[in-house]
Write a protein that binds this ligand. Sequence first.
Ligand code: GSH
Length: 322
Amino acid sequence: MGMLVDGVWSDAWYDTKATKGHFQRSASQFRNWLTSDGAPGPSGKGGFKAEAGRYHLYVALACPWAHRTLIFRRLKQLEDLISVSVVHPLMLENGWTFVKDDAATGDDLFGSDYLWQVYLKADPHYSGRVTVPVLWDKQNETIVSNESAEIIRMFNSAFNGLTGNDADFYPEPLRAEIDALNDRIYDTVNNGVYKAGFATTQGAYEEAIAPLFETLDMLEARLTGQDFLFGQTLTEADWRLFTTLVRFDAVYVGHFKCNIRRIADYPALSAYLSRLYHWQGVAETVNLDHIKRHYYGSHKTINPTGIVPVGPDLPFLHQRSG
Ligand SMILES: N[C@@H](CCC(=O)N[C@@H](CS)C(=O)NCC(=O)O)C(=O)O
């Protein structure tokens, strides 16, 4: 774990001293948008037109944020248009690396050793965290975006003209409600598990746990009697929640101490998780081996031995929910 400071890599764990034990996620810095015609999007510069073969995704199969982008790449049939490199699951003193391993591909574009080298190609003076996912533009040799919430919105529509796939996971009439629900789920669940897991004081940990389980309880009630967060309409809000739920019992319950209840203890959330996991093409984007090895093996301040638990047996792997 480390970060770049003015283009120089330095190995440093998250500094929680200044924030009294609270983990604070820093904002992503590359915020351009890929659009159907190359027009500028809501932020950043224009010039990133959706074209087959032009863009490359760097992901970790362990990472819930990168996982969103892989799901959208699959659901929107972008696999032949956007190539992918997968980092090694262990993120230690060099950050994400391109050591090749089972399902870790190496850097197919540049043969780099470390992900920070890719960041430096885009900005030799970059200062900040070196995170996945990264959407790379092979033509301009730069990073289009390293913000997963925005990459999935680009994938949702920018390539429709090329693929003919017009499935819409961010439908206009629901946008305000999707945004509002996303905000709560992001703060208390997606990022909530990290706030609990990376807290370095009892108080900061407990502050994250209460709202996390309040939201899970709310979601359990909401999903009782309906298939998706917005009734019968499958939206990006479901996929954003899914990538946290699919990791929850395997890593967040134990490693991040989010153990008031497991997802397996919530009947509606369990059925929902199973429904999404068995959605066509989605199970292939889930790699529980990388997920478990990453969390238990990379965070030495939390799990110094790096031992990866063998269990649990996860019901959604076996049960298919209607
Ligand atoms: N806001 C970013 C967050 C991405 C993120 O934090 N990814 C983690 C992996 S799960 C990462 O690469 N962390 C490396 C670090 O913080 O040094 C997004 O959603 O795209």
